[in-house]
Design a protein around this ligand. Structure first.
Ligand code: MN
Length: 243
């Protein structure tokens, strides 16, 4: 009984401490989102550029259907809700990402999920149809990674080494050179909070929902097989656009 009484007194003292006024001297600087002055964007949910079974056997049809029609659609729907009445609901995604540190985590996660998946679909193609790196891109890959194999090693290491959910990216940095980087959750290299910033030209989704039905816990097999379905024609175009 004595111990209980002491515990109760301790709790009362702690509770009283919680209600005391909080010092205002350590309040973080509040950043406001700048005004968007570009052309108004009507954010749309684009059709998948191929059939659900188009990337078989490397990505199975059921995974593609769930990934696109449930996960991606969910991010899109939640992005529209989260961005509503923020003042940037009709801003470009690029603008939103450049100012993501001034917006809510709901906007960050869902704008990221919306964009990252659209981007991912665009850099995949049925096996044998994606072409190969252009001469210019091949030279940039050699300069940055020594060889195409060097790029694959670095990219795969980022993808398999990403703890938990996230992405691995190949980006064109401000100075025009290539870099590989990873991101957690639905973050991406366009965001102002990114450690390595740049224009994405290739990415792989390493969330378990991207591969678990077929590959189970073998993320490394999924990542290796990914190279069979890269849409190099699109990567080449994105590289030229980013320069
Ligand atoms: Mn995904």
């Amino acid at each position: 009984m004595k111990q209980l009484t002491i515990a109760l007194i301790a709790l009362t003292v702690m509770a009283a401490g919680c209600t005391s006024p909080v010092s205002k001297t350590s309040v973080e600087e509040v950043k406001t989102t700048p005004e968007y002055t570009g052309e108004a964007v009507n954010h749309e949910f684009a059709a998948l550029p191929y059939a659900y079974d188009a990337l078989e056997p490397y990505i199975d049809a059921q995974t593609m259907e769930i990934h696109y029609s449930l996960h991606h659609q969910g991010y899109y729907n939640n992005f529209l809700k989260a961005v509503e009445a923020t003042g940037v609901q009709n801003a470009s995604l690029e603008f939103i990402f450049e100012n993501i540190s001034t917006l809510s985590s709901a906007v960050k996660n869902n704008a990221g999920g919306y964009y990252n998946h659209s981007f991912f679909w665009s850099v995949l193609a049925p096996a044998g149809s994606g072409g190969e790196p252009s001469e210019a891109l091949f030279e940039a890959i050699n300069n940055a990674f020594g060889s195409l194999e060097g790029l694959k090693e670095k990219f795969n290491a980022a993808a398999t080494g990403q703890f938990g959910s996230g992405w691995s990216w190949l980006v064109v940095q401000k100075d025009g050179t290539l870099a590989v980087t990873g991101s957690a959750n639905q973050d991406n290299p366009l965001m102002d909070i990114a450690e390595v910033k740049g224009q994405p030209i290739l990415a792989i989704d390493v969330w378990e929902h991207a591969y678990y039905l077929k590959y189970k816990n073998k993320r490394v097999d999924y990542v290796q097989n990914f190279w069979n379905i890269v849409n190099w024609n699109e990567v080449n175009r994105l590289y030229q656009e980013a320069l």
